[in-house]
Design a binder for this molecule. Structure first.
Ligand code: NAD
Ligand code: AHE
Ligand code: ZN
Length: 368
């Protein structure tokens, strides 16, 4: 069949809208019509050329929601008309990682996914017979996609696609990092570096679990008002204070209990650790840093009890946890609507990237 998609032909170039050939679902695969997709900073990161796994030409996008159109042989858990959210972190429930119950990082299809291919090492997308690569196993900047059954969360059918698409990455990443990775407890002091599409979700989850101080750090002063609305109690603009680490330590009687880096900058990653409380403070790295970047600190920071941890997709097991997060949204427990600041047709997707770069948008959602 044909599908309309935004193609990334080369790093650093705007996407172009084209008609693409899409081959049907094979064994264990599902054809999905994407109804809406968010634009995450990670899409921009890969398009910029900074992603060591970035390959071109590709169809980017990993924050979508849609409807099952057809299923391939052997698919048992999904059928036509089911509402789904594609998962860049699948959940096979069979690999060593899934069975460990210690991580959400299912590895059953990770190596082909990282090479822009389906699990059988081929692409379903092509133009004039030449393959176009998939991205993060999802490629939600295409109106129709083929994905493995294990990479789809089935969700309730009364949830609006234009809002729950954001649960496909940003909401789950931020909320999950608080609930599943850090397990923040009531009364804890929390610091959030970066108040964008991820950081604001960290803030709303910190408020939800009853954190005491919730300190936000961002260079963009326009982020303060929105962050306060979501539960931030103190704002630090790094350009307005002499030393961010000392300011946090001063506000928190010795350092944060939990600190979340939601920028992807190795300097703020270090600040996130070093402003954590001696003996127990945890710094959770969510931001994705460019190829070649490395983090550093004095090992004494770790010897004296601070912990550096990472979180991918909020530590969420997609098929199990994503439907619950959709329920939380529908029950009014989490606010998604106010974070979606812009809505665009696919034809204007490049404007969505511009709005992110200029700091004007929190999330732009593309509607098909
Ligand atoms: P975003 O662009 O919406 O937000 C980034 C925020 O950081 C902006 O508000 C910006 O003003 C602020 N900022 C930038 N440089 C800063 C600095 N030096 N000091 C203080 N503030 C600064 O991006 P997003 O969509 O929220 O994504 C944030 C990061 O999280 C990206 O690196 C993205 O790739 C990553 N990410 C990781 C996961 C994961 O699973 N680990 C999931 C989604 C996104
Ligand atoms: N290809 C990148 C990996 C970037 C990365 O860490 N991605 C996160 C999700 S970001 C979503 O917006 C992730 O899930 N990581 C775990 C994994 O297996 O990729 C790079 O830098 O190499
Ligand atoms: Zn993302």
């Amino acid at each position: 069949m044909k599908t309309k998609a935004a193609i990334a032909w080369k790093a650093g170039q705007p996407l172009t809208i084209e008609e693409v050939d899409l081959a049907g679902p094979r064994e264990g695969e599902v054809l999905v019509e994407i109804k809406a997709t968010g634009i995450c900073h990670t899409d921009y990161y890969t398009l910029s050329g900074a992603d060591p796994e970035g390959i071109f030409p590709a169809i980017l996008g990993h924050e979508g929601a849609g409807v099952v159109v057809d299923v391939g042989p052997g698919v048992k858990s999904l059928s036509k008309d089911d509402h789904v959210i594609p998962l860049y972190t699948p959940e096979c429930r069979q690999c060593k990682f899934c069975l460990s119950q210690k991580t959400n990082l299912c590895q059953s299809i990770r190596s082909t996914q990282g090479r822009g291919l389906m699990p059988d090492a081929t692409s379903r997308f092509s133009i004039d017979g030449k393959p176009i690569f998939h991205y993060m196993g999802t490629s939600t900047f295409s109106n129709y996609i083929v994905v493995p059954e294990i990479a789809l969360a089935k969700v309730r059918s009364d949830a609006p696609f234009d809002k729950i698409c954001y649960i496909g990455c940003g909401v789950t990443t931020g909320v999950g990092a608080v609930l599943f990775t850090a397990k923040v407890e009531a009364g804890a002091n929390v610091v959030v570096f970066g108040l964008g599409g991820i950081g604001l979700n960290v803030i709303q989850a910190a408020k939800m679990v009853g954190a005491d101080k919730i300190i936000g750090v961002d260079l963009n002063p326009a982020r303060e008002a929105m962050a306060r609305k979501f539960g931030m109690t103190h704002f630090i603009n790094p350009s307005k204070v002499e030393n961010v680490v000392d300011t946090i330590i001063g506000l928190t009687d010795g350092g944060s209990d939990y600190s979340f880096e939601c920028i992807g900058n190795v300097t703020t990653m270090r600040q996130s650790l070093e402003s954590s409380h001696k003996g127990w403070g945890q710094s959770i790295i969510i931001g994705v840093a460019a190829a070649g970047q490395e983090i550093s600190t004095r090992p004494f920071q770790l010897v004296t009890g601070r912990v550096w941890k990472g979180s991918a997709f909020g530590g969420a097991r997609g098929r199990t946890d994503v439907p619950k997060i959709v329920d939380w949204y529908m029950e009014g427990k989490i606010n998604i609507d106010d974070l979606i600041t812009h809505r665009l047709p696919l034809e204007r997707i490049n404007e969505g990237f511009d709005l992110m770069k200029s700091g004007e948008s929190i999330r732009s959602v593309v509607l098909y």
